[in-house]
Design a binder for this molecule. Structure first.
Ligand code: HPA
Length: 245
């Protein structure tokens, strides 16, 4: 089956967030965050979905990850590239740079985190040893190389509950646990994608040094780093989709 790609986006992705919106339809998990949009990137048909809603009003712990992913699956998607902003726990990448993690640790709680909740009598325990699609990761890394964008290959993504940022001691603990990046959205998104049989890769945008790791207050250079990382990510995605033709 040919790949059909979706990009789950945050705010500020310009043309990626444009495109004709499909009406938002509720599915058995409720209402997705936003309409799915259909766009062409470098002549490849791509669907996009704004994880936090079109107006960025849905915080990470309140995103209906199940409804979002089911909507993409129902729309024919096979492969999901999930843009996730992260704080940097280690020096694996710097603010303004991008990364493709290969592992994760889940610290979130209280989120609807599975499609196998027993409601329809189906219980399954998916293997999640390798949480991100290696095929999709390698394609993203190849696209970064062809775009000439430095991109960290691998690393451990720690998913925290938010919406507050972490304390310095929490970040120390994340580092002792083996984490390189900390963000609030890749879980339960990655696990639900896996349950639904979607290939899923996290494309991380390094936007700040994590709490206790930098010399300046976190928000002081967040915007500038986010802008730089976003441009890097856009360039990688452009090369990614050019490579699909
Ligand atoms: N912590 C958690 N999530 C984040 C951060 C952070 O420092 N930066 C961007 N998303």
């Amino acid at each position: 089956m040919p790949e059909r790609y979706a990009v789950i986006i945050g705010s500020g992705f310009g043309e990626l967030g444009a495109g004709k919106p499909q009406p938002v339809e509720e599915n058995r998990f409720g209402r997705p965050s936003a309409p799915i949009r259909h766009i062409n990137v470098a002549d490849t048909a791509v669907m996009t979905l704004s994880r936090h809603g079109d107006e960025h009003t849905i915080p990470p712990h309140a995103v209906n990850y199940r409804a979002n992913l089911l909507a993409l699956l129902d729309g024919g998607v096979t492969d999901v590239i999930a843009l996730c902003t992260v704080g940097l726990v280690t020096d694996r990448c710097a603010p303004g740079e991008v990364a493709v993690p290969d592992q994760l640790i889940d610290y979130t709680w209280g989120r609807e985190h599975t499609v196998f909740d027993g409601g329809d009598g189906v219980v399954d325990h998916i293997e999640f040893t390798v949480p991100f699609s290696q095929t999709l990761r390698e394609k993203l890394l190849a696209a970064a190389t062809s775009a000439g964008v430095g991109c960290a290959d691998g690393g451990v993504y720690a998913a925290t509950q938010g919406p507050r940022l972490e304390t310095a001691a929490e970040v120390d603990r994340l580092e002792r646990d083996g984490a390189d990046y900390v963000g609030m959205t890749a879980m339960p998104e990655a696990a639900i994608a896996c349950e639904l049989g979607l290939r899923y890769a996290c494309f991380a945008l390094g936007v700040n040094r994590a709490a206790g790791r930098g010399d300046v207050p976190i928000h002081s250079d967040l915007e500038a780093s986010t802008g730089i990382a976003r441009e890097a990510a856009k360039s990688v995605l452009h090369h990614f989709f050019t490579g699909q033709n």
